[in-house]
Design a protein around this ligand. Structure first.
Ligand code: ADP
Ligand code: SF4
Length: 691
């Protein structure tokens, strides 16, 4: 084992959090993992793996303390009754097993809580609903104005939940005053216009927080630390008579109360932007002032992916703990790798926000870089270990994109002898092109990590600039063959049922590959985009950056509508506006003429003609599966050549996002030698106890 690099030693210092001591400064902040109380085993394995990988503190996601804060159908955790305690115990035990502290983030959503299941009226300081245009946050009940009894009840719910959290074994208990939730709305002058002692001055508006922290600390004693999670960005903009801002004044009044401060932003979109739209350390303006106003430890996030940026936070006195959600998802073993002098082996987060998209879709977390995330319990996958080979068979992987590379690496880690071939002169597949688009360079890490690992193994042969035919494959003498030959964008528009309609390609009609290969374009460039994800918007930006006039037409209400899930949709629309790209939503192309298009406004069925130079069609990808089809079409030839199995994975099987390709490669490497077809395996579920 190599010694730890001196410059990371500071990250391994222990830090006191009230009555508890964290063994190092690696702090997995509370973040949603898509597994609430209904999936206690999944949750325990997801969080436990981070403790095993060296994170000193591991928290739950948001945990509602009372039925008046019900967030269904989103996957929140719950501590509403004594019966909920048991569901948390497996996670606490999994975290304690590796000497980490287990934290729980209490949550009361206040006016945000839709209470769709419990049907209780939402509650708030002054009856003001913060309206946002997101479906899950829209609900039809205005919140009730809390009277004094409601305030007493809210404090009491926190105290009862504190006792329950301690029974479950948690070391750190959060009071949550961020993101428009209830204690935050008390602090916020827009949402709190009360005239009693809980409204008016900041001293009064923070009274509820003081009471909550003080009373929770009394209940906890030395059995648990009390942390506060707090949004500062808006308070920093509010003027204060006695201090630099209301945020400063808040910490001057309350800075010493809890055992730890965890600083965040007032909206998830702002706090967790994708790597396309944020730099590492982007939260510094909102958290760096806090340490000057308190002696208590401060934790903050900000898409820290590199250990040097992490160490800088501590060295420069910005934070006491390096807070992370995504870095701990992409590489749960980041701390241990640093400790072992293996920083080059870190699987660096690419900032795609696929993990965040899982919460928005109500499913256990998935990660582009780390295919085992969310599968620890269900499939028994581990980010660093994989079962050994079951034979001396050799495997040929055809295609070096994310699917082929992940399959190659994981097969080789199992001990198999593997060869990977690609038509191109370098490995990387689609990533090599897509990572050149604006803001996408971090996607290259998917390839860089795998190539670096592959280069350390001596049971992998790489054949570049090698387009294999089925005859070539039959002659090569491998026992197993897997095709990961990708997909191709097709020149299609779409009909009224959203089905693709093929258009003949000309020297002015292009697909994304043509653009990425640098074809000649003529203004005005029209992009017709009926893909759900990022490609249309990215190409619009790219082509505009080349100096062309660009219009993007989409049948949807917004460009890249799926990107709501990855917290990117707002930034995508802003970027198009900033770059002066014309956007025509709810339109479809009816006919493609030489220098014009017939289009239809699908909302009002109105047809019109627009001029065009080049036309770029983004919407439909087809599998490059001809090699696979040709191989499996001749069973006799396979038998004669000694090939025992042929499988098709990734985009050449079902075109998807990069996360799907990496997962497909990992699944293949784990299951190709199982007798059962992996698609038919028993899907392991957590079953409810029938009462
Ligand atoms: P995925 O996302 O499924 O990994 P990609 O499109 O990123 O797919 O990568 C597919 C790779 O397969 C490309 O790099 C392409 O050059 C390679 N490829 C396709 N057909 C062949 C072939 N017949 N022989 C070798 N390589 C191929
Ligand atoms: Fe990072 Fe993407 Fe993994 Fe999330 S899904 S942790 S953003 S690589």
């Amino acid at each position: 084992m190599k010694p730890m690099n001196e410059r990371y030693k500071i990250l391994f210092e222990s830090v006191e959090i009230g009555p508890k001591t964290a063994k190092n400064r690696f702090y997995q902040v509370p973040h949603a993992m898509g597994s609430g109380n209904d999936m206690p085993n999944t949750r325990a394995a997801q969080r436990g793996i981070k403790a095993e990988g060296g994170w000193g503190v591991v928290n739950t996601g948001y945990c509602s303390i009372h039925p008046s804060s019900d967030d269904r159908p989103l996957p929140f955790a719950r501590l509403w009754s004594e019966k909920d305690i048991a569901s948390h115990v497996p996670m606490v035990e999994a975290v304690h097993e590796h000497d980490a502290l287990a934290g729980i983030e209490f949550f009361h959503g206040g006016a945000y809580a839709a209470n769709r299941h419990t049907r209780m009226p939402p509650i708030s300081p002054s009856g003001i609903q913060q309206k946002v245009g997101e479906l899950m946050d829209m609900h039809l009940t205005a919140p009730k104005v809390m009277d004094k009894k409601d305030i007493k009840d809210l404090i009491q719910w926190h105290l009862i939940a504190t006792e329950r959290a301690i029974k479950a074994g948690f070391d750190i208990i959060y009071c949550y005053a961020g993101m428009g939730f209830l204690p935050y709305h008390f602090l916020h002058p827009t949402f709190n216009n009360r005239s009693d002692e809980y409204g008016g001055s900041l001293e009064n508006r923070s009274r509820l927080m003081r009471e909550l922290i003080t009373e929770m600390k009394t209940v906890a004693g030395d059995r648990a630390a009390i942390a506060v999670r707090m949004s500062t960005d808006e308070l920093l903009t509010f003027a204060s008579e006695s201090s630099e801002s209301e945020a400063h004044e808040f910490f001057e009044i309350n800075g010493e109360l809890p055992d730890l401060w965890d600083i965040k932003m007032s909206s998830w979109f702002k706090e967790c932007p994708s790597g396309r739209f944020a730099e590492s350390g982007h939260m510094e303006p909102y958290n760096s002032f806090v340490k000057k106003l308190t002696s208590k430890p401060v934790v903050g996030v900000g898409w820290f992916t590199s250990p040097d940026v992490m160490a800088k936070q501590i060295n420069e006195g910005i934070l006491d703990f390096v807070g992370a959600a995504r870095a701990s998802i992409a590489d749960p073993f980041l701390p241990n790798k640093l400790k072992e002098g293996r920083e080059d082996d870190i699987r660096e987060c690419i900032g795609c926000n696929i993990c965040a998209s899982c919460y928005n879709q109500g499913i256990p977390v998935r990660c582009t870089q780390n295919p085992s995330m969310g599968e620890e319990w269900r499939r028994g996958w581990h980010p660093e270990r994989i079962k050994p080979k079951s034979s001396e068979d050799s495997i040929l992987v055809i295609g070096g994109g994310p699917a082929g590379l992940e399959a190659t690496l994981s097969l080789a880690r199992r001990g198999y002898s593997v060869a990977i071939a690609d038509s191109e002169k370098e490995l990387g597949g689609r990533i090599n092109m897509e990572s050149k688009l604006p803001g996408m360079s971090s996607y290259k890490r998917v390839i860089d990590y795998r190539l670096n690992q592959i280069n350390q193994l001596d049971n992998i042969d790489v054949y570049l600039d090698n387009t294999l035919s089925s005859d070539d494959v039959l002659e090569l003498g491998f026992d197993h063959v897997v095709t990961a030959t990708g997909s191709s964008w097709q020149p299609t528009i779409m009909d009224e049922k959203s089905a693709p309609v093929f258009v003949t390609k000309t020297d002015t009609i292009f697909t994304p590959e043509d653009i990425l290969n640098g074809c000649d374009l003529k203004s005005p460039v029209i992009i017709f985009d009926f893909d759900y994800y990022y490609m249309g918007g990215l190409l619009a930006e790219h082509i505009r950056d080349l100096g062309h006039e660009v219009t993007i037409i989409t049948p949807f209400e917004k460009v890249s509508p799926w990107s709501f899930n990855s917290n990117e949709i707002v930034e995508i629309q802003s970027r198009l506006m900033e770059k002066d790209i014309k956007v025509l939503t709810e339109h479809r192309i009816l006919d493609v003429m030489d220098s014009s298009l017939k289009i239809i406004n699908t909302a009002i069925n109105k047809e019109s003609i627009i001029d065009r130079g080049s036309l770029v069609l983004v919407g439909y990808r087809a599998q490059n599966d001809s090699l696979y089809d040709s191989l499996i079409s001749d069973e006799e030839a396979l038998k004669t050549s000694g090939i025992k199995s042929v499988q098709n994975i990734g985009d050449s099987n079902a075109p998807g996002a990069v996360v799907h390709a990496v997962f497909a490669g990992h699944l293949y490497a784990n299951t190709f030698d199982q007798l059962n077809d992996p698609s038919n395996e028993d899907f392991k579920l957590e079953y409810p106890v029938i009462q």
